[in-house]
Ligand binder design. Sequence first.
Ligand code: THU
Length: 138
Amino acid sequence: MPEQIDERALLGAAAAAAAEAYAPYSGLRVGAALLAEDGRVFRGCNVENASYGLTVCAERTALLAAVAGGSRAFRGLAVAASGATPPYPCGACRQVLAEFCDPALPILIACIGRLDRAVRTDLGTLLPRAFALREKTE
Ligand code: THU
């Protein structure tokens, strides 16, 4: 992740977002923080549903909040969760992120309580050759 990004702050925002998780079924609290090009940080948490398949992940919640807030360009993503294993974004979230983010998008992944041991990766590593219908123009 480039130096101008405050990794600790972004991870802290992701951990704070996880506190808002609605996860009565899995018990796993996930938070995401997406740093927009303009410096704004959009947070998201997982929101589960009694009809399990309608659950929305933290990463998508954050991305949709950002787009609804007028941001479509991003500099980094942090994800933090309450579990014992680093919360790598699911396949669906990777594809949705690829709609708006370059493969170079830095991604930090950490367990809450062990934010100092975050895994650093990027979108292109997690989802090489994302599906696309057209060249990105906007
Ligand atoms: N979850 C996320 O929030 N992000 C992911 O990338 C994978 C899974 C959530 C969905 C559900 O509420 C819980 O984790 C267990 O699957």
